[in-house]
Design a protein around this ligand. Structure first.
Ligand code: ADP
Length: 262
């Protein structure tokens, strides 16, 4: 009963959002949050009204990647108001809900899922063109809860690295989306090659092309490769949003072309 009421609330609160896209990955650490954050930033800078929802309970890094590390959400009687990052971008993350981001979260599964549900049902999004949802990694209960709870999803983007394991995991994500009848927008291959800043030679540190091959095999669109870019990592590490920096590296062009295709 309580779940039903929550779902109704959620539906109402999300009714002003035109498009909702999940960003998924088979495992953690492949750059799912980086892709989500930069996709949202780039869309917003092109005049699209964007929201980003960080549902990763274990590593809610989105605020840091958007350069708003200290952001706190304000809760009113009517609900939670998303944090305004830029003119066209609002964000909601568990990291903004006031809990200590350095403390590991060791809740049991059902508690975690309850928190995600309640949290999602209380956010008052208002009118948006696009909501980017950074999903917990893998294909377990947490991503399932998120995917099932959000009404009328438009589709999913799967982020992978070129390594074989990540690609195997990403196949699971593709199947997961298929089982949920979620259209696949496509696969992104992140950390794909490193272009030496001194000599310009490309080195395939984790291999390359695996994501593209997997996409072809599974009949899913391939959205492109994003190279390893120390500037991106440094920006995110130091709490600045990568695409707003005056000097960006090779990942910027790749991220922008990803937006063109999405
Ligand atoms: P996930 O959300 O899949 O766990 P993150 O987006 O948090 O992964 O990325 C993991 C780490 O790798 C972060 O420190 C991030 O800054 C870094 N990273 C992600 N993509 C790249 C890239 N293309 N080049 C360099 N560093 C990257």
């Amino acid at each position: 009963e309580e779940q039903k009421a929550q779902n109704e609330r959620l539906k109402k609160r999300m009714s002003g959002i035109k498009h909702k896209v999940l960003v998924m990955s088979g495992k953690g650490g492949v750059g799912k949050s980086s892709v989500s954050a930069n996709l949202a930033l780039e869309m917003a800078s092109r005049g699209v009204k964007v929201g980003i929802l960080d549902t990763d309970l274990h590593g809610p890094n989105i605020p840091k990647m958007l350069g708003v590390d200290d952001a706190k959400l304000i809760a009113y009687d009517e609900g939670i108001e998303p944090f305004a990052v830029t003119k066209n971008l609002v964000a909601v993350s568990l990291a903004m809900a006031g809990h200590d981001v350095d403390a590991p979260i060791i809740w049991r599964g059902p508690v975690k899922i309850g928190v995600i549900r309640q949290f999602l049902a209380d956010v008052e999004w208002g009118d948006l063109d696009l909501l980017v949802i950074d999903t917990p990694p893998g294909t377990g209960d947490e991503p399932l809860t998120v995917a099932q709870m959000i009404p009328e999803l438009d589709g999913a983007i799967v982020v992978t690295t070129p390594q074989e394991v990540a690609i195997l995991d990403s196949r699971k994500s593709v199947n997961f989306a298929k089982q949920l009848n979620l259209p696949l927008i496509g696969i992104v291959e992140n950390m794909s090659g490193f272009i030496c800043p001194n000599c310009g030679t490309e080195h395939q540190l984790f291999g390359s092309g695996g994501g593209e091959r997997a996409a072809k095999e599974m009949g899913v669109p391939f959205l492109g490769k994003i190279p390893i870019d120390p500037l991106l990592m440094n920006a995110e590490d130091s709490g600045r949003s990568y695409l707003s920096l005056p000097d960006t590296g090779p990942a910027a062009a790749a991220l922008r072309s990803l937006v063109d295709k999405t």
